[in-house]
Design a protein around this ligand. Structure first.
Ligand code: PLP
Length: 406
């Protein structure tokens, strides 16, 4: 029998947590319960787009909390209508459905793609083509879409209707298209997969392939959306747009909210009763979402993101040259950057945390740098100094014994 008093916490132990807790945040900084200050280059996995306790978000949240938090979707919700209007005005979309998380947004995106074909007279078109290394969430359908064995194991039958092909492989994608294909689903930059940027040319080729075959092009922008790549949405630099897109993470700046958006044509099957959510798009969540957009869409905001990206990339490239035994490559878009490590990425994350810099591991032995988009030159400089110190220690530890033993 398990000694329940030997268990440190009653939280289900599905995470390998660092023994560190935070009691407050200020901009790009998190203050631990010990009083130590950490520079947050993880942003709660690409969520805290405006850092911590941003005054505009605090104001919106507290003001709305005094009015009304939740009403059901059986009534009109003006803040949700306003947020939907603004997301459509700023993107390719005509229709928005609000939910609570990225996986839920992806489920809705998948349903929308399949329903489009069903109401177009092709209910047999159900298969979704996805890419190796993808991550679309932890629900049963999104796990099947991601196709990662380690996450699927032990959870019973794998949901059908997903066909996975190698990353950014056009020929394999073409071969996978058949009479039952409904859609192609892709992240413009694979985040969890290791900050793997999909070449814009490949996205354009997918658009063409979808147009030629009557398929829905679905982008998972849960991690790349709302400014992370330096554009409001990651698809924008490719010059093409999808038919359906999933959003979450930064959309609420830390308040849980997700959304899937579609063109009027792609969303034509999503009529009354086809989908729903109790909490989705409630007044509190959408009020905060609107406050996030107020800041992210304000003049100069995304220019700062792009400038910080350039600066950080340059400085990281210098560190890569200086510490080839630690960093093999720097990659990414905007402020979704990855250090491909030579040492184990978990060692790098731990070494950076010792220097008081928070980062996040990803696939492909990558360490992700996902600072809030509000960072400035001085915070980039502080982060680079911390990475420099961590690399120096790791390089020293990685030195062959013969070199040090002379
Ligand atoms: N899609 C992508 C690209 C993601 O990065 C994630 C989360 O990391 C998800 C979907 C799932 O989002 P959530 O954890 O909010 O369900």
């Amino acid at each position: 029998m398990t000694d329940r008093f030997a268990v440190a916490s009653h939280l289900m132990p599905t995470y390998a947590r660092a023994d560190l807790a935070f009691e407050r945040g200020e901009g790009a900084w998190l203050i631990a319960t010990t009083g130590e200050r950490y520079l947050d280059f993880g942003s709660g996995v690409a969520v805290n787009v405006l850092g911590h306790a941003h005054p505009a978000l605090v104001e919106a949240l507290t003001d709305q909390a005094h009015k009304v938090w939740h009403v059901s979707n059986l009534f009109r919700i003006p803040e949700a209508e306003r947020l939907a209007d603004r997301l459509c005005a700023a993107s390719f979309a005509d229709l928005v459905f609000f939910c609570n998380s990225g996986a839920e947004a992806m489920e809705g995106a998948i349903k929308t793609a399949r329903k489009y074909h069903a109401v177009s007279g092709h209910p047999e078109r159900v298969d979704i083509i996805t890419y190796e290394g993808a991550f679309h969430g932890r629900t049963l359908a999104t796990l099947a879409a991601g196709g990662q064995k380690k996450y699927l194991e032990g959870f019973g039958p794998v949901a059908g209707g997903f066909i996975q092909v190698p990353f950014a492989d056009l020929e394999a994608t073409k071969k996978a298209v058949g009479p039952t294909t409904a859609a192609i689903l892709i992240e413009p930059v694979q985040g969890e997969g290791g900050v793997r940027v999909v070449p814009p040319e490949f996205l354009r080729q997918l658009r063409q392939l979808c147009d030629d075959n009557g398929l829905m092009l679905v982008f998972d922008e849960v991690q790349t959306g709302i400014g992370r790549t330096g554009d409001l949405f990651g698809y924008m630099h490719s010059g093409i747009a999808p038919d359906i897109m999933a959003l979450a993470k930064a959309l609420g700046g830390g308040f849980p909210i997700g959304a899937f958006v579609a063109t009027a044509e792609a969303g034509k099957g999503m009529t009354a009763g086809t989908h729903g959510s109790t909490f989705g798009g409630n007044p509190l969540a959408t009020r905060v979402g609107n406050a996030v957009l107020d800041v992210v869409l304000s003049p100069g905001f995304l220019e700062n993101t792009r400038r910080m990206s350039l600066l950080l990339k340059q400085r990281l490239a210098e560190l890569k040259d200086r510490y080839p035994s630690v960093i093999a490559e720097v990659r990414g878009e905007g402020l979704l950057l990855g250090l491909v490590c030579v040492v184990p990425n978990t060692d790098m994350v731990a070494a950076l945390r010792n220097e008081k810099l928070l980062t996040i591991a990803a696939g492909d032995n990558v360490v992700r740098l996902l600072p809030p988009l509000i960072i400035d030159d001085s915070q980039v400089a502080e982060a680079v100094a911390m990475i420099d110190r961590a690399c120096a220690k790791l390089a020293q530890a990685a030195k062959p014994v013969t070199e040090t033993a002379v």
